[in-house]
Design a protein around this ligand. Structure first.
Ligand code: BGC
Length: 758
C-alpha cells in the first residue's frame, strides 16, 4: 500500500471517517481505494472474537476459544519465555480467525487490592509488569498480529473510571505508573496502544497531548497507533491533535463530522489529520502483510498449553509440615464448590467462551480416590449450615482436607471495585469449621486479587491459583499431587488487612478526584519503608524443594552511569525433587538526596534445576537500574554514590548482597538565589569558599562561645546544623548591618557564573 499516495487521494471526509470504527470491532474500509476492513478482538488471555451474527456489546457472545490464565496469575510465573509462548498461541488464534489486533495485555499498576479489574493486570511493580507485558506482546506480534497495550494510563480503579481524575505528581507518574508501560513500548513496540478511560491530572487520556505525544511518541519513540478504549472519547478533534488516532467503536459518524468541521474552521490542522490517517492505514497495511495462507489453530494443543502455564503460575504460600504434596494413598477430601466448578477467569470484556474447562475433582481421578462436599454456595454469601455440616463430617473422616475457595464474580469484576478485601463469609466460616476438626487442611484459592485470611493460623497449606484459565483443574491437581513442583512467586504483596495498604486513605477518592498521596510508595515499596509486617511479601512463593544461593559476583567495584554492570550468582537445588526458582535482583540506593524506596526489583530470572544441580545466573544492569525520575529535569537521573545489589528468593528473603559505586555524569540544574540555603551552597564543589566571608564572623563568634562553655561543642554543632537550613539572605538580619542585599546578590552571581562556566 502506498499510504502517502492514498492519503493524497482522500477527501477530508474520507480521512476523518477512517479515524473511527465501522462497528464495534472493525476499522472502516474505503472501497473506492481498495482499503479493506480489519477486525480487532479482546484479549488479553484468550480470543474473544464476537460472532459475526451478533455484533453487539454483549460479553458472552463470542466464538469458542481457549481461556488461558488471567494476567494476575501469569505475572506470578516470572517467566518471560512462558509468556512469550502464550503470546504466540494467541497470535496463531488471531491468524486463524483473521483478527488483526488482539486487545491486550493490560499493564496498569495494582495500586489497591480493591481495583475490580486487578485480575487483568500484572503487578504492583512496574519492572515486572512491563517485562511480562513485553514478552506477551513479542509473542503475539511474532505471529504477525498486533497487540494493544492497555489502558494507557493510570486506569487503577473501576470506580468512575470514565470521569475520575487521577491526581498524580510527576515523579510518581513516571517512576511507577508510566514505567509499567515504558519498557514494554520501547522493547516490544506494540502495533497499538489503547488509551484509558480516566483523566490524569484533569486531562482525559483520550485527549492528553502530554501523555500521547510528548511522552509516548517524542520521549519513548513510539511509532504505532493509539486507539481509544471503547467509548473513551470526550472531545474528538482535541484527541486527534493530542495523538489519539483511532476512535472505537463507531460514533455513528457524529465525531467524524466534528473532525471535518474542526479541520475546515482551522481548529485542527490538516497535518494532524493526515498523521492519524496514515497511522490507521499503516496498521491495516501491517495486518494485510501479516496474513498467512492456511493458518492452523490447534485448540487441543492450546488447551494443553493453558494447563501447563497455569501450573507454572501457582504460588505455594504456606506449606507447614510439608502437608503438600498430597500422598495418594491417604483419605483425601476435596471441599468447596470451586473443586467442581472452578472460577478460572474474571468477568467483563476479557470473558472467554472457554473450549473445555477442567475441574480439580475429576482431574484428581488419575491420582487418587477423592471424596467431595460442596461446603458453600456461590450464588450469594449466605452461610448454609447443612453444607458446612456435611463438609465437616467428611473432613473428620479424612486424612487431609483440601478446600477450594476464593472470590466469586459478585466480589470482583470489570466495571466496579471491591468493597473490602474479605472472602465470602460463607467460605471463611467453612474453612474455620473444617480446620477445627482436620489438622491437615489446605486452602486452594481462586481469586483475582489478594484476600484477607482470618483462618491463616489454622490451616497448614495455602495454594494461590489466582484465575488459572480453562486448564486449571488438571494444573491444580498436578501441583497438589507433586507432578509439578510449584514455582510461582507473588507479583503483589498480600497485606494483613486492607487498611495496611498505602492507597487506603485515598481509594477510590472523592467524587471525580483521587489523590495518589502515597506517591511512589506503592506495594512493597511502602511496606518495606514502613517496616511493616505483611501476610505474604512481594516475590514470595514456596517450592517442594530447597535452593541454596552462593557466590554473588559483581564484575566491577565502580562503574559510570554509562557502563553496564554484570552480576552473577550461583543457585543450587539442595532438595530431592526437580524444581524451578525465580531469582530476584533488587537494588538499593545507599544514600540519596531524594526519598527512595528501600529496594526496587531490577532483574529476575527463572531457572529449572534437577536435584543437586547448580546454575550460574547472569544479570546485566544498566543505568536505569540505579535511576530515579526527577521532576526538576523531567527525566531519569542517576546520582553518584553506592548502591547495594541484592539477590533474593523474595523481596523479604534476601540471600546475598554486595555494593557497587556508580559515578554519574548527570547534573541537577542549580540556580543560586538569596533564598537558597547555606547547606545547599556548602554541598557545591568548593561551596564553603563562597560563604567564607558571610559566615566567617559567625563561626568565629561560635568558637569563642565554645571555649567558655562546657556544652560548647554541642552548641556549635547545633548552630551549624541550623545555619545549614538558613537561606543566604538571613545574614542580612543577623550581621548587624555588615551585609546588605547587594552583597548577597553578588555571592549568588558568582556562584551562578561559576556553575555556568562548567
Ligand atoms: C475495556 C477494554 C476492552 C474494550 C473492548 C472496554 O470496556 O476497558 O479493555 O478492550 O472494552 O471490549
Amino acid at each position: 500500500m502506498d499510504i502517502k499516495k492514498l492519503i493524497s487521494k482522500m477527501t477530508i471526509e474520507e480521512k476523518a471517517s477512517m479515524l473511527s470504527g465501522a462497528d464495534f470491532w472493525h476499522t472502516k474500509a474505503v472501497e473506492r481505494l481498495g482499503i479493506p476492513q480489519m477486525m480487532v478482538s479482546d484479549g488479553p488471555h484468550g480470543l474473544r472474537k464476537q460472532r459475526v451474527d451478533d455484533e453487539t456489546a454483549g460479553v458472552n457472545q463470542s466464538i469458542q476459544a481457549v481461556c488461558f490464565p488471567a494476567a494476575c496469575a501469569l505475572a506470578c510465573s516470572f517467566d518471560r519465555d512462558l509468556i512469550f509462548r502464550l503470546g504466540q498461541a494467541l497470535g496463531n488464534e488471531c491468524q486463524a480467525e483473521n483478527v488483526g489486533v488482539i486487545l491486550g495485555p493490560g499493564a496498569n499498576i495494582k495500586r489497591s487490592p480493591l481495583c475490580g479489574r486487578n485480575f487483568e493486570y500484572f503487578s504492583e511493580d512496574p519492572y515486572l509488569a512491563s517485562n511480562i507485558a513485553a514478552s506477551h506482546i513479542k509473542g503475539v506480534q511474532s505471529r504477525k498480529v498486533g497487540s494493544s497495550l492497555k489502558h494507557f494510563a493510570c486506569n487503577n480503579q473501576e470506580n468512575r473510571r470514565m470521569s475520575v481524575s487521577e491526581e498524580i505528581d510527576e515523579r510518581t507518574l513516571h517512576e511507577i505508573y508510566l514505567a509499567a508501560f515504558e519498557y514494554a513500548i520501547r522493547e516490544a513496540k506494540p502495533w497499538t496502544v489503547m488509551c484509558s478511560y480516566n483523566r490524569i491530572n484533569g486531562e482525559y487520556s483520550s485527549e492528553n497531548k502530554y501523555l500521547l505525544t510528548d511522552v509516548l511518541r517524542d520521549k519513548w519513540g513510539y511509532e504505532g497507533l493509539v486507539v481509544s478504549d471503547w467509548g473513551a472519547v470526550n472531545d474528538r478533534p482535541k484527541g486527534v491533535a493530542a495523538g489519539l488516532d483511532l476512535e472505537m467503536p463507531s460514533s455513528g459518524g457524529v465525531n467524524d463530522k466534528k473532525i471535518v468541521e474542526a479541520v475546515k474552521n482551522g481548529k485542527l490542522s490538516k497535518a494532524d489529520l493526515d498523521k492519524a490517517c496514515e497511522r490507521v492505514l499503516t496498521l491495516v497495511d501491517n495486518y494485510l502483510k501479516g496474513r498467512e495462507e492456511a493458518p492452523v489453530w490447534d485448540k487441543n494443543a492450546d488447551h494443553e498449553l493453558a494447563a501447563e502455564i497455569a501450573s507454572q503460575c501457582m504460588v505455594l504460600l504456606k506449606n507447614d509440615d510439608r502437608v503438600l504434596p498430597l500422598s495418594r494413598n491417604k483419605k483425601i477430601a476435596f471441599i468447596g464448590k470451586f473443586a467442581k466448578q472452578p472460577r478460572f477467569q474474571g468477568s467483563g470484556s476479557s470473558f472467554i467462551n472457554a473450549l473445555k474447562v477442567t475441574d480439580a475433582l475429576s482431574s484428581a481421578e488419575k491420582y487418587a480416590d477423592v471424596s467431595y462436599a460442596q461446603g458453600y454456595r456461590t450464588e450469594d454469601d449466605v452461610i448454609d449450615g447443612r453444607l458446612i455440616t456435611e463438609a465437616v463430617e467428611l473432613a473428620k473422616n479424612s486424612d487431609v482436607a483440601v478446600i477450594f475457595a476464593g472470590l466469586t464474580d459478585l466480589f470482583e469484576c470489570e466495571g466496579y471495585d471491591r468493597k473490602h478485601m474479605g472472602m465470602p463469609e460463607c467460605q471463611n466460616e467453612l474453612i474455620r469449621r473444617v480446620a477445627a476438626v482436620q489438622p491437615n487442611t489446605v486452602v486452594v484459592l481462586h481469586n483475582g486479587s489478594p484476600v484477607e485470611m482470618p483462618w491463616i493460623e489454622n490451616v497448614k497449606g495455602i495454594l494461590e491459583v489466582y484465575l488459572g484459565g480453562e486448564g486449571v483443574g488438571e494444573a491444580v491437581c498436578d501441583v497438589l499431587f507433586g507432578k509439578v513442583n510449584p514455582s510461582g512467586k507473588l507479583a503483589e504483596t498480600f497485606p494483613k488487612k486492607l487498611s495496611d495498604n498505602p492507597s487506603y486513605l485515598n481509594f477510590p477518592g472523592e467524587g471525580d478526584f483521587v489523590r495518589y498521596s502515597e506517591g511512589i510508595f506503592v506495594g512493597y515499596r511502602y511496606y518495606d519503608k514502613k517496616e511493616m509486617e505483611v501476610q505474604f511479601p512481594f516475590g514470595h512463593g514456596l517450592s517442594y524443594t530447597t535452593f541454596a544461593y552462593s557466590d554473588l559476583k559483581l564484575y566491577a567495584k565502580s562503574i559510570t552511569d554509562k557502563d553496564t554492570l554484570t552480576v552473577s550468582v550461583t543457585v543450587k537445588n539442595t532438595g530431592h525433587v526437580a524444581g524451578r526458582e525465580v531469582v530476584q535482583l533488587y537494588v538499593r540506593d545507599c544514600e540519596s538526596t531524594v526519598i527512595r524506596p528501600v529496594k526496587e526489583l531490577k532483574g529476575f530470572e527463572k531457572i529449572e534445576l534437577a536435584p543437586g544441580e547448580s546454575k550460574v545466573i547472569v544479570f546485566t544492569l544498566e543505568r536505569n537500574a540505579f535511576a530515579f525520575y526527577s521532576d526538576k529535569i523531567h527525566d531519569w537521573f542517576v546520582e553518584s554514590g553506592d548502591f547495594e545489589v541484592m539477590i533474593g528468593s523474595s523481596s523479604r528473603d534476601i540471600k546475598l548482597s554486595s555494593v557497587i559505586h556508580v559515578e554519574s555524569d548527570d547534573k541537577m540544574p542549580f540556580v543560586c538565589t538569596p533564598n537558597t540555603t547555606m547547606g545547599d551552597v556548602f554541598a557545591l564543589e568548593n561551596g564553603a569558599k563562597y560563604l567564607e566571608k558571610l559566615v566567617g564572623s559567625f563561626a568565629e563568634s561560635l568558637s569563642t562561645e565554645s571555649e567558655n562553655n562546657d556544652m560548647g561543642e554541642a552548641t556549635k554543632l547545633m548552630m551549624e546544623a541550623q545555619l545549614r537550613d538558613n537561606p543566604l539572605r538571613v545574614m542580612i538580619s543577623f550581621s548587624d548591618g555588615n551585609f546588605n542585599h547587594e552583597d548577597i546578590a553578588e555571592i549568588c552571581d558568582k556562584i551562578n557564573n561559576d556553575l555556568n562556566k562548567k
